[in-house]
Design a protein around this ligand. Sequence first.
Ligand SMILES: CC(C)(COP(=O)(O)OP(=O)(O)OC[C@H]1O[C@@H](n2cnc3c(N)ncnc32)[C@H](O)[C@@H]1OP(=O)(O)O)[C@@H](O)C(=O)NCCC(=O)NCCS
Ligand SMILES: [Zn+2]
Length: 247
Amino acid sequence: MSDLSVSDYFPWKRVKVASQAVHVELRSALVRIEPDQRYWPLCGECGGPARTVHSHSRRFIRDLSFADFEMLLQVEHRKVWCDACGGVRVERHSGGRSELRSLFELAEDSTTELDSYIEEGEVHVAVVGDRIVGHLQLVDTAGTLRSEIRNMAVEPGYRRRGIGNRLLGTAAEIARARGKTQLVVATAAADVDNLRFYQRAGFRLRSIERDAFTPAAGYTPGTVIDGIDLRDRVWLDLDLRASGRAA
Ligand SMILES: CC(C)(COP(=O)(O)OP(=O)(O)OC[C@H]1O[C@@H](n2cnc3c(N)ncnc32)[C@H](O)[C@@H]1OP(=O)(O)O)[C@@H](O)C(=O)NCCC(=O)NCCS
Ligand SMILES: [Zn+2]
């Protein structure tokens, strides 16, 4: 057994073999692997140092065979996140847009409008494990120094933990890298939460489009948000040359 190593087959790091039992006659072996407590855990998402272990679990791996031995691995897992990323990674979305439609709908009440722009630009997503929990659609306005956040949302159960701000930071970083000087976004004047969210991130009010949310554009008449009629659209912008926020 001593010349067998699981490290060639599995990517685990900082683990130790806690025990092993070999039955030569049965040509089988049980190996228990657990985290090596001598090391600080590393974040499962970004690889940075982490201090908190979020959960422990145990998993059996069967049907392995090494050198004619039937192997049973019993692996102790730790789910570890660092404070920096919270277990959330942001990446460019490579799949189709239709799988993100329900997220887009959280930020767009008009089917007509959504159909008209859902395929535009690029989309960055916030991912926890293999689940997409937020998105941001970034559209470059051709021939200008401006990029627009056309649509963004975070699943209700994942809000207020910084994911929205991280998506904004990613958008600002990308636009800046392309030499853009302004990041713009539009929201409903009635949506006071959004106005606060964007202004706290450094955006400033730019202009107002009165009566933008009309039935002709696909919005349901009589929609009320926070007790305010859905009528006017507010444009905000962030100056990407100034140090001011969205990061
Ligand atoms: C707007 C939206 C994307 C924000 O996403 P989010 O992930 O909740 O954003 P954040 O967590 O970064 O910030 C939200 C608030 O939580 C606060 N917050 C951030 N981290 C926090 C934490 N760890 N604990 C408590 N609060 C926190 C922020 O300060 C922010 O406060 P504010 O809105 O009063 O400024 C989300 O609310 C959403 O999907 N809304 C519906 C769709 C929509 O309207 N989209 C915008 C269309 S223009
Ligand atoms: Zn991390």
